[in-house]
Design a binder for this molecule. Structure first.
Ligand code: ATP
Ligand code: MG
Length: 424
């Protein structure tokens, strides 16, 4: 038997309802806050990700699905959405006439990492980006949205972590101080980090190797090296979060795994998912649009790990599987043909009906109706058919009523819609 690819997964019925619910709540929230949906391709030129995410990052160094297409052009399955959304923003001049734009997208991403719980090779993200506004208040809006989404999903065990990554004016001094520190702890770093120390020392702060995490506990903090502009921007972020009653933790080791970030970076973290603690991450990237060949327009955004979010929600509230509104137990070929017609008509009215066309016994059909959790069973046997009626059985009360076949589709609709509205 052919199995699915390692690190990929199916989202099966029973689980998918939860994904639909999360997606519905997220979309509603984005629309309320004036975000427009954007859909971007699954595959882009490799160059786009190399230039935006950065050559010395985990993603570009070892996680991308990159291959030459049939004409030899290097293409990559998207590992994240920001680069593509920037590309679209520039390519279609979405900044003209108004650079201030808000987008969201939901879809699969691909990274070839070591699969484990909460870490897959195809995973899903819910992504939001705001272009054209250079203010920490917009970062606050994003954090506020994330926290609100978590609240609407009844998540308790989540918190916002924030840091500032400075800007090209203040980061070089910090990098120098950090490099000195990293040289001093030299032999405690993993081989990757020793290499990164010279090329991209910030990356070391993001390393997941336990010995590296320990080695950097005394590392200098970017927050002590911010220039005046970055300092007052970060103060504004903290002040505004406080005013909005959004609790947060200042996390000076939060640097994010991508190169394009500036100023505020943030994550939503949980303690309920073991090692995979980041449910969402994001931050400001004021220079990326320009670096990708567009105008000098600031931006900020986040990505939620949909898989991790769904795992977290499922821990709190297991989702019920969708049940049919009615099961039709039809006996004999004539009854089945008739029942089949009803099912098609009822389906058009949003009434979910299951039946059995294999001519099983009444007993085994009733068993199946029970297993599916149908609240009503309509029984149509040959005797009933002759008498021009069918029997509707309420599976909870066990009451049975005869129904004339004449107007039966409308009568059933009436009965079931009545029950549904009572249940709210
Ligand atoms: P991590 O530190 O867990 O590797 P990351 O910093 O690489 O995460 P981002 O690029 O910031 O992740 O992506 C945003 C979110 O996407 C993460 O917070 C996480 O919830 C989710 N995510 C990232 N990689 C994976 C993956 N391989 N499988 C499932 N979810 C993922
Ligand atoms: Mg990662």
């Amino acid at each position: 038997m052919i199995q699915l690819i390692r690190g990929f997964k199916d989202i099966l019925p029973g689980e998918v309802e939860l994904w639909q619910k999360i997606e519905r709540i997220a979309r509603e929230l984005f629309e309320d806050f004036g975000f427009n949906e954007i859909r971007i391709p699954i595959m882009e030129r490799t160059e786009l990700f190399k230039r935006s995410i950065g050559e010395d990052t985990d993603i570009v160094e070892k996680e991308m699905y990159t291959f030459p297409d049939r004409k030899g052009e290097l293409v990559t399955l998207r590992p994240e959405a920001t680069a593509s959304i920037c590309r679209a923003y520039i390519q279609h001049k979405l900044y003209s006439p108004d650079p201030a734009q808000k987008f969201y997208m939901i879809g699969p991403m691909f990274r070839r990492e070591r699969p484990q719980k909460g870490r897959y090779r195809q995973f899903y993200q819910i992504d939001a980006e705001i272009f054209g506004v250079q203010s920490g208040l917009v970062d606050v809006q994003l954090i506020f949205l994330l926290v609100t989404l978590c609240k609407r999903l009844d998540l308790k065990d989540v918190g916002a972590h924030i840091n500032s990554l400075g800007c090209p004016a203040c980061r070089p001094q910090f990098k120098a101080a950090l490099t000195d520190f990293l040289v001093s702890v030299g032999d405690k770093l993993c081989p990757d980090c020793v290499r990164r120390r010279d090329r991209n020392p910030l990356r070391v702060l993001d390393c997941k190797v336990p010995s590296c995490r320990e080695a950097i506990t005394g590392a200098p903090s970017l927050l002590d090296h911010l220039c005046d502009g970055c300092r007052s921007d970060f103060d504004l972020v903290m002040e505004s979060l406080t005013k909005l009653d959004v609790p947060f933790v200042i996390d000076k080791q939060l640097v994010r795994g991508l190169d394009y970030y500036t100023r505020t970076a943030f994550e939503i973290q949980t303690t309920s998912l073991g090692a995979q603690s980041a449910v969402a991450g994001g931050g400001r990237y004021d220079n990326l649009v320009k670096e990708l060949g567009g105008p000098d327009i600031p931006a900020t955004g986040f990505a939620i790990g949909f898989d991790r979010l769904a795992e977290l929600v499922a821990l709190n509230a297991p989702q019920p599987v969708q049940q049919p509104d009615l099961f039709v137990a039809a006996l004999g070929a004539k009854s089945q043909t008739l029942a089949f017609e009803w099912i098609c008509k009822l389906g058009l009215d949003g009434i979910r009906v299951e039946t059995d066309l294999a001519d099983k016994s009444l007993k085994s059909q009733m068993k199946r109706a029970n297993r599916l959790g149908a609240p009503y069973v309509l029984i149509l046997g040959e005797n009933e058919l002759e008498a021009g009626e069918a029997v509707l059985r309420n599976m909870r009360t066990k009451d049975q009523t005869s129904m004339s076949l004449e107007n039966i589709v409308d009568d059933i609709k009436f009965q079931i819609k009545g029950t549904k509205s009572q249940l709210g």
